[in-house]
Design a protein around this ligand. Sequence first.
Ligand code: GAP
Length: 451
Amino acid sequence: MTTDPLNASRPTLEEITALAKRRGFMFQSSEIYGGIGGFFDYGPLGAVLKRNVKEAWWREMVTKRDDVVAFDASIVMHPQVWKASGHLDVFHDRMVDCRQCKHRFRVDHLPSREKCPDCGTTGSLTEPRNFNLMLKTNIGPMEDSASVAYLRPETAQGIFVNFKNIYQTARKRPPFGIAQMGKSFRNEITPGNFTFRMREFEQAELEYFVPHDGKDMERFHEWVALRKKWYSDYGIQADRLRFYELPADERPHYAVACTDVEYCFPWGWGELESIAHRGTYDLDAHMKLSGKDLTYFDEAAKEKYTPILIESSSGLDRTTLVMLVDAYAKERVLGTDGKESERVVLRFHPRIAPVSVAVFSLARNKPELVERARSIERGLRETFRTQYDEGNIGQLYRRQDEIGTPFCVTVDFDSLDDQCVTVRERDSMRQERINASQLERYLAERQGSIC
Ligand code: GAP
């Protein structure tokens, strides 16, 4: 068989959502009750895909560094946190309602203010008003204003308010970072584009605290370069990514400098991550409102100061969606019989692929064959994410291509005599016959140890 890689086409959003549903990557939340806007569930493959994305982030940002420590804050925090951070006062979108169809829109998402984009009625839109994006809840048995609390709209504030606890217990001095992953919630007016804009999502944030040594801008640019390398190392195509340096009038109120990482999604460019130089804004704000000292005391210099903050804030659901979109290819394949067919293949990086090796028995009803294949699959589990399957080889390859499995191993009747198996590589579709005892080394050489 040969492939025509130049024919690999960009997917539409419909193709991605259909594949995600068909193969069990993502489902609409509460689907049997008609769904709930802005919430999604990850199916068996999607849950592993997202976990692999998280592990790839954590490995590079925390495990492989000696200047970053881990943290895990609670989702609900004291409401004063959101007062100090500015979320209670300025974390809102401008919105309008349609008086006719009662639908609600973000002003900056409207093609025109004349006419409702849903029902088409002219002059039906209300004047814009502010809509706070934080999700409210009540703590304790009383539902009154004293019991109001919020589900965090970002994980970062948990780090800021714990800055002193963390640097003292971890015995760190700036420059050093604190990393955290976790759920965040925003009551988006118009959730959409599949898992791009959700009301419940997960963030991975690194807050890097630096001294006032004149190198803060340099360090900001170093972080931009490191994040660029991360996307490239995990196989994201460079021409579909851009790093947009925000001019002063587009930056968030707290940022001295800001670079957005954007990906070219099927509907256009969209933000994946925001890298910001936040000055001393956050620690200052919490010190002011709480009256507590969050400065760093430098023992050597015998002076205290408020460190400058550089932040890398990624959306894990958006990164997972990018992995899916970027990996997707549709190709024309020429069979050995000379007939052309089409295959959909996800070209995941081996560390990102939910399944790294699939092992097949060529026949279902031959116990010896099934047992041999199952035992090979069990043997590989320590090192790789494996899956066992059996049946028609064409269908098995097709399914594994569609879920992006880098290698398939087939046990056939000859395997029982010669102890060899057929290994087929996903992208080239090249097949090699190798001795089963060499299999683990063969796979590790080609994709590294996965687990
Ligand atoms: N602490 C800074 C902060 O939260 P942000 O630009 O508001 O910055 C960071 O959010 C990242 O979180 C975004 O780049 C995006 O990947 C993700 N994100 C934000 N809102 C989201 C939503 N409604 N759905 C999915 N991901 C979202």
